[in-house]
Design a protein around this ligand. Sequence first.
Ligand code: NAD
Length: 251
Amino acid sequence: MAKGLLEGKHGVVFGVANERSIAWACAKACVEAGATLTFNHMPGAQEKRVKKLLEELPGSGLIPCDVSSDTDISAFFNTLSQEHSKVDFIIHSVAYAEREDLQGKFLNTPRSNYNLALDISAYSLTAIAREAGPLLDNGGSIITMSYLGAERVVPHYNVMGVAKAALEAGARYLAADLGPKGIRVNCISAGPIKTLSSSAIPGLRQMLKASEQTAPLGRNVTQEDVAGAAVFLASELSSAITGEVLHVDGG
Ligand code: NAD
């Protein structure tokens, strides 16, 4: 249905860990819509797994990048610029919190773990947007992944909820800064989906059950539901949408 929508566009995808990653579904949908892509992988053990997955998307680029390192982010875009003179969209689908902070009380979050979660899950969007600047300068779309825990208290989501609130606010400020260059910045707030990251949340089963029972559509969302919204936000169909949080959660 989206065939041709992203023809001639080059996108960057941060956050593929395995075939269940939301970023992976987004990537496949973008390629189906005509885009070519460059991916990051976490330096180390993940490289082999991501490389294997990319065999399904021949022609894709792969560059290491730990988003908690400014040096890595800068090197990522330097390497990318040697192959591509422009980037049309960026999908930021990255988050991290220590497992022990996704249980018990938010009150007990240590300062260092709080900083770590906000650094990787929220600040990285700002660093990426800044470093990508020259490649995106003639327009483009930045998309990041959020969750309802940014807006409301969701049991166990704790410091990640605070990080998502910072991510959403950051996206609005970035939209204001980059709007004059024609660059759009939007969040997708996805319903709960079982992935590597979400499996670290002890309450995931209850989150899935609650969302199935209360969402008007009466079902949980899939990675492919999120991917459809990502293709829309990467495309010209969303040309006047920026600073927005698009809920893809069954309502
Ligand atoms: P996932 O585990 O597949 O993806 C998370 C990615 O973050 C992984 O690829 C991991 O390598 C990457 N990452 C973590 N620390 C990093 C670092 N320092 N540098 C570079 N990469 C790093 O899980 P997912 O569920 O697909 O998560 C993708 C995004 O979607 C996250 O932002 C998550 O919070 C968000 N989200 C997930 C759900 C859900 O229920 N799964 C719901 C709403 C939003």
